[in-house]
Design a protein. Structure first.
Length: 85
């Protein structure tokens, strides 16, 4: 039995709809995976931001310590120079 144009067109549309549905499902799965990856990236960036802040604080303390030590050395040199004269 030969199919009519309408039947063939309907079958073609159904096949297209099935393929489209499958592609949309795959796209949805990929979007979900990307959303998860973005969440992990965001968490990692937050951790990195905290670590950078800690490093900055440590660096500031070390700079203050270095400045204090430099001032102590300057004072010691000045004292030694006065005693040498």
């Amino acid at each position: 039995m030969t199919k009519t144009n309408a039947e063939r067109n309907t079958e073609t549309l159904i096949e297209f709809a099935d393929a489209h549905r499958s592609q949309m499902r795959q796209i949805g799965e990929k979007i979900d995976a990307l959303t998860s990856q973005v969440g992990v990236l965001s968490e990692n960036l937050t951790r990195l931001e905290i670590q950078v802040e800690r490093i900055a604080n440590i660096s500031e303390r070390q700079a203050a310590t270095a400045e204090s030590q430099a001032e102590s050395v300057r004072q010691l040199i000045a004292l030694l120079n006065r005693k040498a004269n």
